[in-house]
Design a protein around this ligand. Structure first.
Ligand code: 4NP
Length: 160
């Protein structure tokens, strides 16, 4: 199973979502069954480490982010099972890029799995540390919902 988190720059939200979800996957004992990555719809930050505020926020929760920025590519639509957008613009860009209907069905808003809400993970780039903490909280909560979905799919795979 492969999950790709997608935002605009791939330095604030999606690397944080990647780090949080990888941590949750490891805690659930699924590290060898689930691959996690992130990418941006834009190419401004290719090769860059995540924004220092994302790294600090993750580190405060015991998670080290070492991702390097990359842009979404068409190949990602065949490589990954889920392409999860942080906001409506990312969702629109991914839906536009999808090479066919099967691939388009893999594209969702990450917060579809947030049991306490829905909608976007807001862009914190021009915000404060508190906005980054809010992104962490939303990723943590939506990640738990997604973990349950992934566990269900892995279970089906092994029993059918
Ligand atoms: P991200 O945040 O999409 O969560 O990584 C942003 C990062 C960089 C820019 C915008 C949003 N930028 O305009 O460079």
């Amino acid at each position: 199973m492969k999950v790709l988190f997608v935002c605009l720059g791939n330095i604030c939200r999606s690397p944080l979502a990647e780090g949080v979800f990888r941590h949750q996957i490891a805690e659930a004992g699924l590290a060898d069954q689930v691959e996690v990555d992130s990418a941006g719809t834009a190419g401004y930050h290719v090769g860059d480490l995540p924004d220092h505020r994302s790294r600090q926020t993750a580190q405060a929760h015991g998670i080290t982010l070492a991702h390097r920025g990359r842009q979404v590519k068409v190949r990602d639509f065949t490589d990954f099972d889920y392409l999860l957008a942080m906001d409506q613009d990312n969702l629109y860009q991914l839906q536009r890029m999808a090479p066919g209907p099967g691939e388009r069905r893999k594209v969702h808003l990450f917060r579809e799995w947030d049991p306490a809400g829905s909608g976007e993970i807001p862009d914190p780039y021009y915000g404060t540390r508190a906005d980054f903490e809010e992104v962490f909280l939303l990723c943590d909560r939506a990640g738990r919902g997604l973990l349950a979905e992934v566990q269900g799919r892995l279970c089906k795979k092994t029993t059918t």
